[in-house]
Design a protein around this ligand. Structure first.
Ligand code: PLP
Length: 379
């Protein structure tokens, strides 16, 4: 049976990227590789929508989240963690590991944070040095209002806005310079259509100022080291050479398509999938604040999402992600990032319809597929 990986990371990698990564190894301390590294850095700036340096780290996304904290803060500092899901929760865990205090603002799963509430917390707690948030919370499928949150921080020099854009950057616009974000993080195994293993991070001038006073321990992920080396088109440690080669293939593809069309593709896949499922009575978990990087769909009353996920895998070879913690058994999650297209979305909706039919869930079989198809035809 053919395997379809339709999880919101890792995602399927296009063949042209695999072939690029299959090329023979180049030594990293050579002019040839420096050229490749330089090109990748320049291409990333366009996706990050910034003139600042974007550093390429050989780590998964969490490594870059860790670096964002360890390079800018001090033991005993206070941050504001926006926790609306598993990845928001992770900000708090990283703070705890470094002895950084945090005020945890819990947001109901499936809802976006209210900017007004952040404003109130900032008014009451003048000592907050960083807001830590996700642009796209992958555990719930929610897009948080980063542009609006940035308005609370971009005219203050005593607080930075740190944005985990791991399932946002490359999927929809996150305008680093224009909005005034201070730290933005991307991850290879998401909209960048690469295997896991690289993270990308950019810092504003304000965030670089913060690094000067930071006394938290760091070595491998010392961003000042990464920055100095990045300016010389290299990295302090051995880079993931072939992944960077693959990254260039992706960035060239983005350029050829036009970034706006890359974003549009995610939007159409998201619209088709959420509306397709809605037409057969399956609700969008993040209604009104949907991240177009993935669809998070609620299983119908009385049906365990785990059974849908199991059925998709066993009957059709399709792998989608489930919910974690409080959402376990209630939702399933489908990627719009990576090498997925119309036929993948049609197939997964048809697969779910097939399983629901067997469970005697009452609906008009085929409605989900036909609703989605009409939207996908606008692609
Ligand atoms: C929003 C978000 N943040 C952080 C992470 C963690 O990244 P990684 O698993 O690459 O360390 C993920 C991974 O799924 C994510 O989706």
């Amino acid at each position: 049976m053919k395997n379809y990986v339709l999880t919101p990371g890792p995602v399927p990698v296009p063949e042209f990227v695999m072939l690029e990564m299959a090329k023979p190894i180049i030594h990293h301390r050579t002019a040839e590789f420096e050229e490749i590294f330089h090109k990748a850095g320049q291409g990333l700036k366009k996706v990050f929508m910034t003139n600042e340096e974007v550093m390429i780290l050989a780590t998964s996304g969490t490594g870059a989240m860790d670096a964002a904290i360890s390079n800018t803060l001090n033991r005993g500092d206070t941050t504001l963690v926006i926790n609306g899901g598993k990845f928001g929760e992770r900000w708090g865990k990283i703070c705890k590991a470094y002895g950084v205090n945090f005020i945890e603002h819990i947001v109901e799963w499936g809802k976006a944070v209210e900017v007004k509430e952040i404003e109130e917390i900032l008014l009451k707690n003048k000592n907050i040095k960083a807001i830590l948030v996700q642009a796209s919370e992958t555990s719930t499928g929610v897009e948080h209002p980063i542009k609006e949150i940035a308005k609370l921080t971009n005219n203050r020099d005593d607080i930075i806005l740190v944005v985990d854009g791991i399932t946002a950057v490359g999927a929809f616009p996150v305008e680093f310079d224009k909005w005034g974000i201070d730290i933005l993080i991307g991850g290879s195994q998401k909209a960048f259509m690469l295997p896991p293993g690289l993270a990308f991070i950019s810092l504003s001038k304000k965030a670089w100022e913060f690094t000067k006073n930071s006394n938290l321990p760091k070595f491998y992920l010392d961003l000042n080291q990464a920055y100095k080396n990045s300016l010389k088109n290299t990295s302090p440690w051995t880079p993931a050479v072939n992944m960077v080669m693959g990254l260039n293939a992706v960035l060239e593809y983005f350029d050829k398509q036009g970034l706006e069309n890359v974003f549009r593709r995610h939007t159409i896949l998201s619209k088709a999938t959420t509306q397709g499922f809605e037409s057969i009575g399956l609700e969008n978990f993040a209604k009104g604040c949907t991240s177009t990087a993935l669809s998070v769909i609620k299983s119908p009353e009385g049906i365990d999402a785990g059974d849908i996920i199991k059925g998709l895998k066993e009957k059709y070879g399709m792998i989608v992600a489930g919910g974690q913690d409080q959402a376990k058994g209630k939702i399933f999650r489908i990627t719009h990032m990576g090498y997925v297209d119309k036929s993948d979305m049609i197939s997964v909706i048809a697969g779910v319809e097939g399983i629901l039919n067997e469970m005697n869930y009452p609906f008009d079989a085929g409605t989900g597929v036909s609703t989605a198809s009409k939207i996908l035809d606008t692609m």
